[in-house]
Design a protein around this ligand. Structure first.
Ligand code: GAP
Length: 513
């Protein structure tokens, strides 16, 4: 069986080979942790964004969208706490001269312990067969319990030290766990230091008058500063939400794992403005709603889990991640944060403007609390893409590479293939393409044997192939081939659009929410 590294390497090379993701400025040897989306990547990304936007904005009467600018008044970042508190704890290895995020070194160590738990589960599942009860095993097996308690106590201590800004203890923890530098293999560490993640830039031409700005490190602040604009002009009543998708920038030090952690990335965020005191209930509600959104895509319930934060960000009174099983293990995909009135209250303080809501039921004004859901679009892309890529062994001793993207997200929904480049077949195929392209993205492909064309579409993730052959000339039927099952059926030419529509229609998918 291929190991995690090999699987991940395949994901990266497949993404490049099939026009999904390229290294930025590749001809100049690339720019670290910055990526470009190719002709298929841009479509998949757009479809994920739309799947989120429809579920969030279109299907909720009380959530509206905005599109705020990337550049914001510099005081925004003072008020939001990012100037003072948006730091990563860094540590250098004196031998390799490599720099690491101290918390990531510890978390990677914990992931190894969790890997041991997974191994125990796999072993036991094999031993006990159908009678295996995973939950019972996890809660009773002494070895697993020992691993779990080790992992929990390490994370708890890390969380506490970071919260108390006790960087000496973070270093002590790294030393006690005997964590070695992955490059030099040595334990020769410097002290842990804080490093701000925001990218600075300048507004204005002259060196004396230019203002220092930051590229936004999260889209959320564009929503907070527009809270009253939207509430007043949209006559919104609490509870209500404002949603936004857009670029964010962070000068990440540990920029690795492909598009998992990038320096320029896109977020899809929603701030839900609520009455103070109701945050616990909304926190639970949004955790559930967001998990359901993920599950609606059918990528396997076992691939998701919640992780409650020990270390809370500077703005939160509760926070959880939805973690996904990436090729390199379970990692954060989305955050659900109870942000209290931290942001609005601070913007009031720094701007001197009231950011309050008059509640007609209570007959009083208050600064609303905020419940936030925040997901990285690129990270969601990686989750979908890596989970979909499979190498299948077929019955006739061959194999195929297939990208089993949820059909609703696939860049191209249908490929139309004339069996031969003659006898009027290309003309019928082209006519079908011209008809279908009004409804969804479709490609025409007449090159190579039809089997090879099927494989090409499998690898790029196209859910349907429609073949026009000589029988089409006689009875106006076509063969429609399903990507995942490879089953083929004969249907009337006139039913192609409705068959594909049903399988890729957003409504069919979002109704599962
Ligand atoms: N407004 C809250 C916020 O920004 P966060 O946990 O820092 O919270 C939210 O980020 C989400 O954004 C993460 O769950 C992740 O999916 C994505 N994200 C954060 N940093 C990222 C990076 N460097 N590259 C790609 N995605 C990132």
């Amino acid at each position: 069986m291929a190991n995690q590294d090999d699987i991940f390497k395949k994901v990266i090379s497949h993404a490049k080979e099939y026009g999904y993701i390229f290294q930025s400025s590749e001809i100049y040897d690339g720019l670290s942790a910055v990526y470009d989306y190719g002709q298929n990547g841009v479509e998949l990304k757009k479809n994920i964004r739309e799947y989120w936007w429809k579920a969030m904005v279109q299907l909720n009467d009380n959530i509206v969208g905005i599109d705020a600018a990337i550049l914001m008044h510099p005081t925004t970042w003072k008020a939001s706490g990012h100037v003072d508190a948006f730091n990563d704890p860094l540590i250098d290895n004196k031998d390799s001269k490599k720099r690491y995020r101290a918390d990531v070194l510890v978390e990677d160590h914990v992931a190894k312990i969790e890997g041991k738990i997974e191994k125990e589960v796999k072993k036991a599942a094999k031993r006990f067969g159908d009678s295996f009860d995973k939950d019972q095993f996890l809660s009773t097996n002494p070895r697993v319990l020992d691993y779990q308690s080790k992992a929990d106590s390490i994370l708890k201590r890390l969380g506490k030290s970071l919260e108390n800004e006790d960087l000496a203890d973070v270093k002590a923890l790294i030393e006690e766990l005997e964590i070695v530098c992955p490059v030099s293999g040595s334990k020769n560490w410097t002290d842990v230091k804080q490093f701000n993640l925001m990218f600075g830039t300048k507004l204005g031409a002259s060196a004396d008058t230019a203002t220092d700005l930051y590229l936004r490190p999260e889209t959320a602040q564009g929503i907070f500063v527009n809270f009253l604009n939207v509430q007043k002009t949209g006559r919104m009543k609490i509870p209500f939400g404002i949603a936004q998708t857009g670029k964010a920038f962070r000068n990440e030090i540990v920029a690795r794992q492909f598009i998992f952690r990038m320096r320029e990335f896109e977020q899809m965020e929603m701030q839900y403005f609520i009455k103070p005191g109701t945050q616990k209930e909304w926190y639970e509600t949004w955790k559930e709603k967001r998990m359901n959104w993920h599950l609606s895509l059918g990528m396997g319930e076992d691939n998701y889990r919640f992780h409650d934060h020990e270390k809370l960000a500077h703005y939160a009174d509760a926070a959880a991640d939805i973690e996904f099983r990436f090729p390199f293990g379970f990692k954060e995909l989305e955050g659900i944060h109870s942000r209290t009135d931290f942001d609005l209250a601070n913007h009031e303080k720094y701007s001197g403007k009231k950011l309050q809501y008059f509640d007609p039921e209570l007959n009083e004004s208050y600064v609303p609390y905020v419940l936030e859901t925040s997901i990285g679009l690129d990270r969601m892309f990686l989750a979908v893409f890596s989970n979909s890529l499979e190498e299948e062994q077929l019955e006739n001793n061959t194999s195929r590479v297939v990208l089993k993207l949820p059909a609703v997200l696939a860049p191209t929904k249908v490929a139309v293939l004339p069996l031969l480049r003659k006898d009027g077949l290309p003309e019928i195929a082209q006519k079908l393409v011209d008809e279908l392209k009004w409804n969804f993205s479709v490609v025409y492909d007449e090159k190579d044997a039809v089997g090879r064309r099927y494989r090409r579409q499998d690898a790029v993730g196209t859910p349907f192939c429609v073949t026009i052959d000589h029988q089409t000339l006689e009875d106006e039927t076509v063969t429609i081939r399903h990507r995942d099952s490879m089953e083929q059926e004969r249907i009337p030419l006139t039913e192609v659009a409705s068959t594909v529509s049903k399988a890729v229609d957003l409504k069919e998918w979002l109704q599962k929410l």
